[in-house]
Design a protein around this ligand. Sequence first.
Ligand code: SAH
Length: 219
Amino acid sequence: MQPDLPKYQAWRRRMVEQLRQRGITNRALLEAMLKLPRHWFCGDTLLDNMLYDIDCAVPIDCGQTISKPYTVALQTQLLEVEPYMTVLEVGTGSGYQAAVLCEMKARVYTVERQRALYNKTKALLASLCYTARCYLGDSFNGIPELKDYKYDRILVTCGAPNIPEGLMKQLKVGGVMVIPVGEEQQEMVKVYKDGESPDQWRIEKHGDAMFVPMLEGTR
Ligand code: SAH
């Protein structure tokens, strides 16, 4: 693992300043992104300067990507996370988003459908002493091992064809889900679950988004 050299710390200060200028105001979130060496989550050191560009998504293993910093910040801000909330993240990927949520003192459950990424990221998060619980699965219905569990927040970090009902069932009433919805290009959607019935789900749209697709099954 690359040490946290002064150049990385300088790039992070610039990144956080740019996020602030773009309307990210959540203090705990900005502090987490300032603290967390993003390059620990991406093996390719050739790409390390791109990693701190707020508009740059970077490839990780299995043909997937680590979301660009602005997207991580926007989704996390929309999620309105408070300490000790339970958060389900769909799409563990590199583990960066999960680590940001841990830094914000959330209790994180994260699920990934690619076995190789699941294994690698689970080990990485544990080696960094993050307590995020990692699961393998396709999560259209949440985490298979925790069928009856309900979360305060759900964050989907892959492009979903629609708002999966099985996932909405696992959100507590009063909870919030942030999810990019659409096939090739998506729209960032925030869903407020005001009651159990779908007509009590309020939808707010937050602009265009671009994510790898949310797919069924594991591989
Ligand atoms: N949050 C990640 C971004 C990962 S990209 C990070 O911080 O790096 C999206 C991830 O979602 C990919 O790793 C992809 O394999 C995974 N994914 C796609 N469909 C999924 C599904 N149905 N369930 C769980 N993970 C899924």
